[in-house]
Each structure stands twice: as structure tokens, then as C-alpha cells.
Design a protein around this ligand. Structure first.
Ligand code: ADE
Length: 218
């Protein structure tokens, strides 16, 4: 689980993200595609942190990651009750991404060792922020059930974060267990909230009925 806390000195939300775990929910991606083994390869200006961000521990109901970010943001007055409810009301009756899009296949005439080559086309929704961050919502087949599942990722340019070791990151390999600090702003927080609300019916219901009441009633 990712450490998210209020930094009272800097008046900012600190998200402390590991950059040395290429198989985890937080990893470094090059060109938005390839995971990078950062202990062996030098970091570049084009690299992004990919964070498959969650919001709640499904067993305990405890708010984590985005749940903590929006909770802290609300308590510190970064996002208001009105920000949250105007957003929820503005997308109340629209169909979700999972209901509106499909993964499709294109069958080709190309053969590879007696096998026919088929391409799968996966819809992705992308929301770009002015500072170079973006959110992708990608459709996947469900692993243990029928139907689709929308996966939400936020991409953060390495240039937008600082190492806990306060050494510049670009042009070197990462240090053992190195972590970086990212400060989400109001736009990122509302963008993530919008993402969970439009991704799927289940997330929307969960956010509106469980997560938001926990935050605003405190
Ligand atoms: N459930 C919790 N977090 C999620 C995410 N980032 N993408 C898809 N489903 C999720």
C-alpha cells in the first residue's frame, strides 16, 4: 500500500511512490509502454511513473491511496463539498465506459507458421493535465468472470517528482528501495474522482455510496 500523508511544512499532499518494483502497482514506464528495471537502466526525462491507483481496502473498508488523497484534500480545503457534488451530479445519468465500449478483433490474412494473425483493439480513455500527467482508463477482459473491467492508471512524468534522497533522478539508475514524492493538485484529484465515476457502474456506486460519505461526514 502506498504512503499518502499531509505535509504541513509544504502545505501539500505527499504520495510516496516506490520506483524499484517493476511488477507492482507502481512502476516506471518508458514511452507509456515498457516497464523499466530502474536499478539497471538509467532514468530518462521521458519516463513516467504508472500508478494503478486504488481507493479502498475491499476487506476492511479503510480508505487507501486515492481514498486518502481525496479525504486529506477535503479536510484541508483543497476540494470542497461543492466540487465533489457538482462533479457527481454532472455525470449522474451517463453510461459508463464499461457499458459503452467493447474490445474488438481484426482478423488478418497474414499467417505466422500456419497460424493466422489476429489483432485485438482495446479502447482507452485518456485525460491529459496541463503539467504532463495523464489518466488512462483501459478496458480489460475480466480475469475470473464474464465481461469487461475498466482499469484506471495515472501517469506522472518523472520530471514532476522528487526523490526522497533529494538527488536528481534523471541520468542515473535508481538506488536500493528508492522512493519519490508526488504532490497531487486539485485538478489531479478531481480528474481521478471523475475517472472512477465514469469507468464502471460498480466503481461509481462504491464511490458515491461508500467513499464520499465517509469523507464528507467526518
Ligand atoms: N479498483 C480499485 N482501484 C482500481 C483501479 N485503479 N483500476 C481498476 N479497478 C480498481
Amino acid at each position: 500500500m502506498i504512503d499518502v500523508r499531509w505535509n504541513s511544512k509544504r502545505n501539500a499532499i505527499d504520495c510516496i511512490l516506490p520506483i524499484t518494483r517493476p511488477t507492482s502497482k507502481v512502476r516506471i514506464k518508458r514511452k507509456g509502454i515498457f516497464p523499466v528495471a530502474t536499478r539497471k537502466e538509467k532514468l530518462t526525462k521521458q519516463d513516467y511513473i504508472e500508478w494503478q491507483i486504488s481507493y479502498q481496502n475491499n476487506k476492511t473498508g479503510e480508505l487507501i491511496e486515492f481514498g486518502r488523497i481525496i479525504s486529506i484534500a477535503f479536510n484541508k480545503g483543497i476540494v470542497s463539498r461543492k466540487d465533489i457534488y457538482s462533479l457527481i451530479n454532472s455525470i449522474k445519468d451517463t453510461e459508463t465506459f464499461e457499458e459503452s465500449y467493447k474490445i474488438s478483433r481484426r482478423i488478418t490474412t497474414i499467417m505466422f507458421n500456419r497460424f493466422r494473425v489476429i489483432y485485438e483493439k482495446i479502447p482507452i480513455l485518456r485525460y491529459s493535465f496541463e503539467d504532463g500527467c495523464y489518466i488512462d482508463i483501459a478496458l480489460k477482459h475480466k480475469q475470473k468472470a464474464v465481461g469487461y473491467q475498466a482499469m484506471i492508471y495515472i501517469y506522472i512524468p518523472l520530471l514532476n517528482v522528487k526523490s526522497i534522497f533529494s538527488d536528481p533522478l534523471i541520468g542515473r539508475e535508481s538506488y536500493t528501495k528508492e522512493r519519490v514524492i508526488w504532490n497531487p493538485l486539485k485538478d489531479h484529484i478531481l480528474g481521478l474522482l471523475r475517472s472512477f465515476l465514469i469507468a464502471s457502474k460498480t466503481h461509481k456506486k462504491d464511490i458515491v455510496e461508500n467513499v464520499i460519505p465517509k469523507i464528507v461526514s467526518k
